[in-house]
Design a protein around this ligand. Sequence first.
Ligand code: ZN
Length: 184
Amino acid sequence: MGTGDDAASLLRRLNEDYRQYPVTGASGHSYISSEPRATASAPGIPVNLRVVDHIDDSVGEIEREVRASNPGAEPRPKQIDRVYEWYVENTVNSPEADQQRRDTIIVRQRLEHAIAMGDTTVVRPHRCPSCRRLGLMWDDHSHRALCTYGPCRDQGGLARRWTLANLAYEYIAGRKNVRHASAT
Ligand SMILES: [Zn+2]
């Protein structure tokens, strides 16, 4: 999975694959697994409810944000991966802070979708918000990205951990600073 996949294409793939191919094993559904994928979904097997919940939560969050920014927005598009476009279209004239919030949410959801698909490498291109180095690793247990740079420790002496929201915020704030710097 390349890093070029955007939030919309990941959401579409999640939606198509998980609803069609239910997960039955304890190991779950992973795109990076070398195991052959189940080819047929037997009737009566429940779909992967965790992923369906993830998709519903993601779309629900976008819908709430659109309604909050623009109460007159047209109904949500039926095609699930169009929700991000819909979000952008309905906030193009919003204050800059709202647009920054939007961009941050979309980046965070993109990370969440990739991780839901088993691609934890998506955290690697992000810098640690504290030491600014590359070398973040996903920790499934704490559901956070862990800084692997030895001296980068929190007050308790532990490796620093970051939520996907932290990483998305830093990414969008950093992009904005770069744009401002090059404009002057
Ligand atoms: Zn660090």
